[in-house]
Design a protein around this ligand. Structure first.
Ligand code: AMP
Length: 285
């Protein structure tokens, strides 16, 4: 029997909903927490849930308050906490970007040398600039970083960006990316009881892999089989089955979801018919 595992989840903000959806999709059957309830259990697994701010998760995991947690990679770097990244979760993607007012003459990150830059991620920004050999003055601000140039606080900003629309709305132009982030599952460094947390990592990764895949089925004339299978972007071997109609086979394969757009017309042009794509619930490679 594995021991109970404690998992910290973001209680609010951007990472809350997708983290909850991932846990639900994993089948552990988490108990919906009520208003202001900070703890809950899972009905289907020995997992205790603790709802805390995403910023606090790295510290809670580092200090052993919980075994694992879900948070943003950017928060681990900024808080400089010593935790082990167990799994990238494929949501909450954003990048730490430098930007200047549209009319500024700067065209690259190097042009930031000697200038004042406002950021609420001073540690990550300082590290990234040092790696690039750029010396600049960082001004730490708590929020509303985008308006700092307009207020005369700084010449440029370094901030998290996902779509870039906030930058555009504030008359800013991106100069380059300093750091890429996404939501991650983290665990304590040097944790000795790994069985329960390995199990959680495996189950969550099966959902993430499945989300990125589609199960593809189609029929094709046997004579075109070689051409068709050469086209399939699948790591494993496709399944080929004879149909009742002689000379025709059914092909089944797991393919990356992003390939579907190009794949379907290509298969059709090779004579494939009855093409179906199905979502996949779990995938353990
Ligand atoms: P929140 O609790 O809403 O402030 O979310 C914070 C986390 O969401 C960040 O630490 C990032 O990991 C992630 N995130 C994703 N996109 C963005 C974005 N455009 N701006 C800030 N955080 C983002």
């Amino acid at each position: 029997m594995t021991r109970r595992l404690s998992l910290a989840l973001p209680s609010k903000g951007r990472l809350r909903e997708p983290s909850w959806a991932l846990l639900e999709a994993s089948g552990v059957d988490p108990q919906e927490p009520g208003e202001r309830v900070l703890q809950a259990h899972c009905r289907n697994a020995d997992i205790d849930l603790l709802f805390v701010r995403a910023d606090d998760v790295p510290e809670y995991v580092q200090d052993g308050v919980v075994d694992c947690g879900i948070t943003g990679l950017d928060l681990i770097y900024e808080r400089d906490r010593d935790v082990e990244v167990l799994l990238r979760l494929g949501y909450g993607s954003c990048s730490l970007q430098a930007a200047v007012p549209r009319e500024d003459a700067a065209t690259s990150l190097g042009d930031l040398a000697g200038r004042r830059i406002a950021t609420s991620h001073p540690r990550t920004a300082a590290r990234a600039l040092a790696d690039l050999g750029i010396e600049a003055e960082l001004v730490k601000v708590g929020g509303a970083v985008e308006i700092s140039p307009r207020l005369g606080l700084a010449d440029a900003i370094i901030d998290l960006v996902s779509t870039g629309s906030t930058l555009r709305t504030n008359g800013l132009r991106p100069l380059g990316t300093l750091f890429e982030s996404e939501a991650v599952l983290v665990g304590r460094v040097g944790d000795v009881d790994l069985e329960a947390r390995d199990r959680l990592t495996m189950v969550l990764s099966s959902v993430i892999n499945a989300r990125a895949s589609r199960y593809l089925l189609f029929n094709v004339d046997k004579s075109r089989l070689e051409e068709v299978t050469a086209l399939l972007p699948t790591k494993g071997s496709p399944t080929i089955m004879d149909l009742a109609t002689s000379g025709v086979v059914a092909v089944h394969a797991l393919v990356p979801a992003v390939e579907i757009w190009n794949l379907l017309p290509a298969l059709e042009s090779l004579g494939a018919s009855s093409i179906l794509t199905l979502p996949v619930e779990r995938m353990v490679p």
